[in-house]
Write a protein that binds this ligand. Structure first.
Ligand SMILES: NC(=O)c1ccc[n+]([C@@H]2O[C@H](COP(=O)([O-])OP(=O)(O)OC[C@H]3O[C@@H](n4cnc5c(N)ncnc54)[C@H](OP(=O)(O)O)[C@@H]3O)[C@@H](O)[C@H]2O)c1
Length: 300
């Protein structure tokens, strides 16, 4: 496993996303929530992952509970990240963080992230309350998610210190963070956490013929036109994967995490996928391969 070090933290380049745990929209069923999810967390930790990402909103708290149960006897190995959804008032930040900690069964959250910018309250209303969570010891670091670079910088000013990370949509089918956010994070020693790093499965190549059954089929990337647009990219992922004895999904993850200060948090529907995703940390792309993939990334 590779790690990114920033602000005194050491975060695995491949983390584990857990939106899937207990969430109706993924539709993985009750056995997944009650058994597979735990096995997925355990295998990820065994293989050197420390970053586990959840959110209060995933499955209305179910994801946090499942993660909490899974890490009960191995909390010290986890860099635990959760998120507060910006509904309600800024004065609820403290009680919401304590509720997340209770569901997770911990007295310390390594990274507490604001899930989206608030349409109602500026960073100046929320960040000082987040700072108090750090001062109280409940939280290690503050992060944001779905913030533009300017919003991230505003949040830092309001916090009066580094906002460790910004969790954003970032993959070969969503390259926007490459332009200004990633270079800034690299210069300033912050972390960009790439979510949906596999394009929700599109970049594995397995959905080129037919879309998945759950909510993903309605997303533009999974419609026939979106899949056709991604065709040349998927073909290149396949070719590079074949040469390296890897899979297209691993190559897609390797493209992301070769960038300094970028980590990826793929979700997984099975233990086998976690094993595959973690092994992407061992796939070293050449500059030519990475540039070829970048040049094929569909725009829009
Ligand atoms: N901050 C935010 O607003 C936000 C938004 C979205 C997600 N996230 C976080 O980011 C995490 C990951 O994003 P995501 O789940 O949307 O997308 P993703 O990681 O790109 O895709 C995950 C899905 O891809 C498939 N997959 C995973 N590994 C695979 C492999 N090796 N080979 C083939 N297929 C594979 C699985 O679905 P199938 O097997 O069913 O195809 C899995 O559920 C989430 O769990 C969540 O923690 C955050």
């Amino acid at each position: 496993m590779k790690f990114v070090e920033a602000s005194g933290t050491r975060v695995s380049s491949i983390g584990l996303g857990t939106w899937q745990f207990g969430s109706m929209e993924w539709g993985y069923g009750s056995r997944y929530a009650s058994e597979d999810a735990k096995a997925i967390v355990h295998r990820a930790l065994e293989l050197g992952v420390n970053l586990v990402d959840t959110a209060e909103i995933y499955g209305q708290g179910r994801s946090e509970r499942i993660v909490g149960e899974a890490i009960r006897d191995r909390r010290e190995r986890v860099f635990l990240a959760t998120k507060i959804f910006p509904i309600g008032l800024p004065l609820q930040v403290g009680s919401r963080a304590r509720s997340s900690a209770r569901r997770l069964g911990v007295d310390h959250i390594a990274l507490y992230q604001q899930h989206w910018p608030s349409p109602l309250f500026p960073a100046g209303a929320t960040m000082p309350r987040m700072k108090r969570l750090v001062e109280s010891g409940l939280v290690g670091h503050i992060g944001v998610s779905n913030f533009s670079l300017k919003q991230w910088q505003d949040a830092e000013r309001a916090l009066g210190g580094p906002v460790l990370s910004n969790q954003v949509l970032f993959s070969l089918v969503h390259r926007e963070p490459d332009h200004d956010m990633v270079p800034w994070a690299q210069r300033e020693g912050r972390i960009v956490i790439a979510y949906s790093p596999l394009g929700q499965g599109l970049l594995s190549g397995k959905y080129q013929e037919a879309p998945p059954r759950n909510f993903r089929r309605f997303r533009s990337n999974f419609r026939a036109a979106g899949r056709a647009r991604a065709g040349p990219l998927v073909e290149a992922l396949r070719e590079i994967a074949l040469k390296r004895g890897a899979t297209p999904a691993q190559v897609a993850l390797a493209w992301l995490i070769r960038k300094p200060n970028v980590v990826a948090i793929p979700g997984a529907s099975s233990v086998k996928q976690v094993e595959e995703n973690v092994a992407a940390a061992d796939v070293e792309l050449t500059d030519d391969e990475a540039e070829r993939l970048s040049s094929l990334a569909p725009v829009g």
